[in-house]
Design a binder for this molecule. Structure first.
Ligand SMILES: Nc1ncnc2c1ncn2[C@@H]1O[C@H](COP(=O)(O)OP(=O)(O)OP(=O)(O)O)[C@@H](O)[C@H]1O
Length: 627
């Protein structure tokens, strides 16, 4: 039993950890995780990892400068730098090739889940559980196989305090690098600061006890709107001796007495406890932020500032756009850059959201957020609150402290209104007003709040028919479709055979592990694919999972719904695409529900039964819950 845990030493925590953090983690491993610790670490297929990287592009972008700089530092010290997401799945690894090869032996590589639940006590998983920096040295790892490592993990937090991931520095267990935990912490803070800088706010207040530290990574940063705090970094939480929960959405005057008199040059303030702090107030987000640790990439000028978000070429790739859409793409970027709206039309699963994300990344709005709103998913009253925001107590069930609303969240970025054809009429009128006047009026609040964002919307409905039927306002339609793109269905692709082959290859656990037989490819290419890319990916993922090792996938391996009878694909006899698609969604939903039920709610076991990685299932459930 190579992975069997041994009893911890009497005092297993090393320098750098305190408060019995390692003992607590071992206790959780013994009591709560015992049945879930993986005998063999479970990695993601390449396609799944590709999807995950696309979802995590903001975090990856924000962490890129620190990853690069740390990698060049630790390379000499036979160490690696890792970035993991909030579930503990490693997204990227950089550093010493020699140690990366050793790390591979314990699956310390992208796509592998290092949550404490599955890999026992380790710096990534335990830092996520504890929400604090953690060093786990050699024998402190719960699983025996991992004891060849010494790991130092520091959590990365958003401006609202949520855990976004972990930055980790790992090396051989026999080596001691006392500085590594501090370095990981400093880098994680920088990543958090960069993410905060990408968010817009009316005002940005920087503060420090020592005025000489006001332009360093150690300064506190607060985002302020209408006198209320809407974002804060870890340093600000420390300086104000508070927590995100206490601070967010509260008037800043409760924490800093005289902040309103501040200017953009350093001045003195007092906290409510009477402590002196120095601060500077940058109105309308004018301040550009602390100097990043990394010099600007490839310019060779060490003094130049790195961009807040790395160059688009460094972003993990979204699925490539079909050739027919690439031609229109640069025109639609220009439309968005000019502040006009784009409407995307097409069947379910043709990639409307993917296209919108490409537009966001290529447009001048890419420094700001991409906020997706599914207009069908929420009841009318809730959409209204979610979109426009509300003040505390505006309606029964309203969150204490109120909500900024998604329209204000999208400020400075792209607002993606999915299934706009299903938006209730009452809301259409309010949305139109926002788009015309560029201000949002939160429910139960005083004054209007200015907003600036680009709008991309999408629907699978025949929107002109909706206008004729009176369910969609013509004036909103014209306001939303300054530019219109019809996304063709998958079956219309000229290069469908080649595309299917490439997609299948990308989903295999190892390159060239299997191939599609020519007849199988014929059948797949002849299928009408009513669920388009989404349906094709689901089918290919299953085929890749059960593909015979180094063999060919035959037509007999295709799911029954795809197999032909007398040369005709079964699906051709199905109802129209628009009617068939919801059935596919509900079938998937039913399969997920059944597996979750049979697994007694255990997501890992349900994911195994469904043949997908547990992170994929978690993401599916999160998306489903959001709808
Ligand atoms: N060009 C493409 N190549 C490969 N995969 C793609 C492509 N376009 C979309 N996909 C995949 O298809 C799935 C559905 O894409 P997306 O959500 O953008 O479709 P949609 O048109 O917005 O669907 P819906 O109308 O149901 O919301 C995603 O998993 C996405 O990764």
């Amino acid at each position: 039993m190579p992975n069997a845990p041994v009893e911890p030493r009497a005092h297993p925590h090393a320098a750098g950890n305190s408060n019995g953090l390692i003992e607590r983690s071992w206790q959780r491993c013994r009591v709560e995780h015992a049945s879930q610790l993986d005998a063999e670490p479970l990695g993601m297929a390449r396609g799944e990892l590709h999807d995950l990287l696309a979802c995590q592009s903001s975090l990856l972008d924000a962490a890129q400068p620190e990853m690069e700089q740390l990698a060049s530092l630790v390379n000499q010290a036979a160490s690696v730098v890792l970035l993991a997401d909030a579930h503990g799945v490693i997204l990227r690894s950089e550093g010493s090739a020699e140690f990366l090869a050793r790390a591979e032996r314990v699956a310390l590589r992208p796509g592998v889940d290092w949550s404490e639940t599955h890999r026992g006590t380790n710096a990534i998983g335990t830092a996520l559980v504890e929400g604090a920096p953690v060093r786990v040295q050699g024998a402190e790892h719960y699983l025996r196989t991992n004891r060849i490592l010494s790991c130092n993990g520091a959590p990365i937090r958003s401006g609202r305090g949520e855990l976004l991931g972990v930055l980790d520095i790992s090396y051989d267990a026999n080596t001691v690098h006392a500085y590594a935990l501090g370095l990981a912490q400093m880098a994680a803070r920088q990543v958090g600061n960069r993410l905060l800088r990408a968010r817009s706010g009316q005002h940005r207040l920087v503060l420090q006890r020592n005025p000489n530290l006001l332009d360093t990574a150690e300064r506190g940063v607060l985002l302020i709107e209408d006198g209320h705090v809407v974002g804060a970094n870890e340093a600000a939480i420390g300086l104000l001796r508070t927590s995100w929960r206490e601070l967010l959405d509260r008037p800043l005057l409760r924490f800093l007495q005289d902040w309103q008199g501040l200017r953009d040059t350093p001045g003195l303030m007092r906290t409510v406890d009477g402590e002196r702090v120095y601060g500077a107030l940058h109105r309308d987000g004018a301040e550009t932020g602390a100097r990043p640790m990394a010099p600007a990439r490839s310019t060779g000028r060490a003094t130049a500032r790195a961009p807040a978000v790395p160059a688009p070429s460094m972003r993990p790739a979204l699925p490539a756009l079909p050739p027919a859409l690439q031609r229109e793409f640069s025109r639609s970027v220009r439309v968005l850059d000019a502040g006009l709206s784009t409407m995307l039309l097409g069947e379910t699963g043709v990639g409307k959201e993917v296209y919108a994300r490409h537009l966001h990344q290529a447009s001048r709005w890419h420094h700001g957020p991409f906020v997706a709103v599914n207009c069908t998913a929420l009841p009318e009253t809730l959409i209204e609150a979610e979109l426009f925001g509300y003040e505390s107590g505006a309606f029964t069930g309203a969150r204490r402290g109120g909500s900024r609303g998604l329209l204000r969240e999208a400020h400075g970025g792209v607002l993606f209104l999915d299934e706009i054809g299903d938006m209730p009429l009452g809301l259409q009128a309010r949305l139109l007003r926002v788009l015309q006047e560029r201000v949002v009026q939160p429910l139960g609040a005083g004054g209007p709040v200015p907003v600036d964002f680009a709008v991309v919307c999408a629907t699978h409905r025949d929107i002109e028919q909706c206008i004729a039927a009176g369910s969609f306002r013509a004036d909103l339609f014209y306001r939303l479709q300054d530019f219109r793109i019809d996304l063709p269905p998958l079956r219309a692709r000229d290069d469908l055979r080649g595309f299917i082959q490439d997609e299948f290859a990308s989903l295999l656990p190892a390159p060239g592990q299997a191939r599609l037989a020519a007849e199988t490819l014929d059948e797949l290419a002849a299928h009408p694919w009513p669920g388009n890319y989404r349906q094709l990916r689901a089918v290919l993922r299953t085929l890749a999972l059960f593909a015979p090792d180094h063999g060919a996938v035959l037509p007999a391996h295709l799911p029954a719904t795809l197999r032909t009878t007398a040369g005709r694909p079964l699906a051709l006899r199905e109802p129209t695409a628009a009617r068939a698609a919801p059935r596919l969604d509900s079938l998937r939903e039913q399969a997920v529900e059944r597996c979750l039920r049979e697994a007694g709610g255990n997501v890992s076991r349900a994911a195994r039964a469904l043949g997908v990685h547990r992170s994929t299932l978690y993401r599916y459930l999160e998306r489903r819950d959001e709808r």
